[in-house]
Design a binder for this molecule. Structure first.
Ligand SMILES: Nc1ncnc2c1ncn2[C@@H]1O[C@H](COP(=O)(O)OP(=O)(O)OP(=O)(O)O)[C@@H](O)[C@H]1O
Length: 318
């Protein structure tokens, strides 16, 4: 008999959240299994923070359901929050206290105490790579060290689901690496991790599955390789310029190496091209002959950035 599939730690179905006329989250569904790291990859404003705020029970959903380990989540369901660790973008630590004192303080707030708390504090300090700085005042910590401490606070109560909202934004490379290593270690221990980022390298390195999010919707979901297969082995080329973009796209579609060409956002034609480095000269000639005054040519070989461009016609980064 095959093993029954492990129950999802997190199940999100048909989630919607509006702010006035803006639908910030527009029918988002995904599931995360124990030990799985699931990434929400999308640019600023895609709806990632709003999604995780609903999952953490901080704001209500206008529609849809969320369960964590089978229990419903929402602002009125308080007990289920013990199963969730949320590490928000904003830091919440006391600068006058040491790292250890901060952890003890937040641990007590979570109802921990005694030897159990002391042991968990020691474990967490080691996991986030701050054990050698445990008794230093946090006001002297770098931004990255403070962020690692914030992650430690989210982990103290040993949640089944850890939610990290863009944890490496603005941190030094050493802390960034420590954060990525901590997340890898947690997943080995069986924790489910929901990781939001707009850095495709982090999504590629950490996440077992990735949802590409834009305009409040999941545009595609899968492993990195699943997503890259969607490109069909072609490169993406972006030709930015002034002129009749539709006419240029139509002319470029006639070239043998070009599989697709669309007039995209931001004064650019976005193309899917076989072996773009060899074809680029003919693309430039074709676009120029079609009357486009080119000011930029960008080739993106298959990676998640290219998948994002392919799905949305936009670059992942600002
Ligand atoms: N409280 C709010 N009131 C009004 N609009 C909001 C509110 N919170 C978020 N939004 C809007 O909802 C959209 C999604 O924002 P959200 O913060 O979820 O995106 P994000 O992908 O997490 O980006 P970021 O990394 O910048 O937080 C944005 O257009 C944002 O301006």
């Amino acid at each position: 008999m095959p093993d029954a599939p492990a129950r999802d730690v997190l199940a999100v179905d048909g989630l919607v959240r509006r702010f006035g006329k803006l639908t910030a989250v527009d029918g988002v569904s995904f599931h995360v299994a124990p030990g799985e790291t699931y990434g929400l990859l999308g640019p600023n404003g895609a709806g990632k923070t709003t999604t995780i705020s609903m999952i953490a029970g901080l704001i209500r959903a206008d529609a849809g359901t969320i369960t964590v380990a089978g229990e419903p989540v929402g602002p009125q369901h308080v007990a289920v929050r013990r199963r969730i660790g949320l590490v928000p973008q904003d830091l919440a630590i006391y600068p006058e206290l040491t790292a250890r004192e901060n952890l003890r303080f937040f641990g007590r707030l979570q109802g921990l105490g005694g030897h159990d708390l002391a042991r968990r504090v020691a474990d967490v300090l080691q996991l986030v790579g701050l054990d050698s700085r445990a008794d230093g005042a946090t006001k002297e910590f770098s931004g990255g060290m403070k962020r690692r401490l914030n992650i430690g606070i989210g982990l103290l109560h040993r949640p089944e689901l850890l939610i990290l909202d863009e944890p490496t934004v603005g941190v030094d490379p050493q802390s960034r690496n420590a954060i990525l290593e901590s997340v890898e270690a947690l997943s080995v221990e069986g924790m489910a991790v929901l990781y939001t980022t707009h850095y495709m390298e982090e999504a590629e390195r950490l996440c077992d599955r990735i949802a590409i999010v834009d305009s409040g919707r999941i545009q595609a979901e899968g492993t990195r390789d699943d997503l890259i297969r969607m490109l069909g082995g072609v490169d993406q080329v972006r030709l930015a310029g002034d002129g009749d973009l539709e006419a240029a796209a139509a002319a470029l579609r006639e070239l043998p190496a070009v599989e697709r060409a669309e007039a995209g956002a931001d004064h650019a034609v976005v193309l899917a091209v076989r072996d773009a480095p060899s074809a680029v000269a003919s693309l430039v000639t074709g676009a120029t002959e079609a009357g486009l005054a080119l000011h930029d040519v960008e080739i993106t070989r298959p990676n998640l950035e290219a998948v994002f461009l392919h799905l949305t016609g936009k670059a992942l980064r600002d």
